[in-house]
Design a protein around this ligand. Structure first.
Ligand SMILES: O=P(O)(O)O[C@@H]1C[C@H](O)[C@@H](CO)O1
Length: 295
């Protein structure tokens, strides 16, 4: 499913202009809510909310647990925009469409992107309910050329060959771990490597064993393309995976994963995720410069 679809700078700009003319909020932080984590948007104060179907150029969410609303508002005095529902490659969206909102956020003046997702764990010490700070990712679709940056490069957003060796901001990762300790939730915090697979099927046992041997700690079906596009246009990124299930790695294991179970763990840990993200936003530095590392 390698789409040749190209979205022009003008297309992103039109959506950004439409949003600017429909809300007074000018967000510096954007949050993408993973499966079952849409409640993150509920804590925003002074909300302006838009159904994706009403926003020119926006794709539609088709997955249960992804409401399909863009919510602007204030969190602890910081202006944020929150995607209650993301777009996945397996829904049939091109990767440009999947990541469309990220460039719109950049044009709105966003500086920091917080990505969240539900993921299955491969690491032996991880358990359902754990929250993993994403240290790095393996973008499996990207490794075989399914990359939102494929096609002509738009130099207005970033360089042809962007580095990805520091795409998950170290300062924010350390700050999040400190906050987790202060909030008394360090016992279920982890840090590790997330791998994106295409989905929508969950992994076979052989695939799970392969991922485990490759050093992947958690696997999911999203996030990496959003982060690649964000890093390309100079956004600072922080990522969290909520571990919703253990990936079955043994032929003796009779358990199997399903989406309802994924959403249920999201509900159980929603408050902890919300408190952590809220405090992180409250304590993160926000530059008045739109361009990262402008000096
Ligand atoms: O949007 P995320 O990555 O949180 O969603 C995960 C991956 C699949 O879309 C779904 C499987 O339950 O949850």
């Amino acid at each position: 499913m390698h789409s040749k679809e190209q979205i022009s700078h003008d297309d992103y700009q039109k959506t950004a202009d439409w949003l600017t003319s429909h809300t007074k909020h000018r967000p510096k932080v954007a949050i993408i809510c993973g499966s079952g984590l849409g409640m993150l948007a509920d804590s925003l104060k002074c909300q302006d909310a838009f159904a994706y179907s009403d926003i020119p150029g926006f794709p539609q969410s088709t997955v249960q647990g992804h409401a399909g609303r863009l919510v602007f508002g204030e969190l602890k005095g910081k202006t944020c925009v929150c995607m209650q529902g993301r777009f996945h490659m397996y829904e049939g969206h091109s990767l440009c469409k999947t990541t469309f909102p990220v460039r719109v956020f950049k044009l709105l003046g966003v500086e920091t992107l917080i990505v969240t997702n539900a993921a299955g764990s491969l690491a032996d010490g991880f358990h359902p309910g754990d929250i993993m700070i994403i240290k790095d990712h393996v973008n499996f679709p990207g490794l075989v050329g399914l990359n939102p940056l494929s096609g002509p490069n738009d130099d207005k957003f970033g360089p042809r060959f962007p580095a990805m060796s520091d795409c998950y901001d170290k300062g924010l990762r350390c700050l999040a771990m400190d906050i987790a300790k202060q909030q008394g939730v360090a016992g279920f915090m982890q840090e590790g490597v997330y791998a994106m697979v295409g989905g929508p099927n969950f992994e076979t046992i052989a695939e799970a064993r392969l991922l485990h041997r490759l050093g992947v700690d958690a696997v999911g079906m999203s996030t990496a393309p959003e982060v690649v596009v964000a890093a390309h246009c100079g956004l600072r990124v922080f990522g969290l995976s909520l571990i919703t299930n253990k990936v079955v790695k043994s032929y003796e294991d009779s358990e199997s994963v399903n989406h309802e179970g994924v959403l249920e763990v999201g509900r159980l840990r929603s408050q902890a995720v919300q408190q952590l993200v809220t405090e992180l936003i409250s304590r993160m530095e926000i530059n008045n410069n739109i361009v990262k590392n402008a000096d």
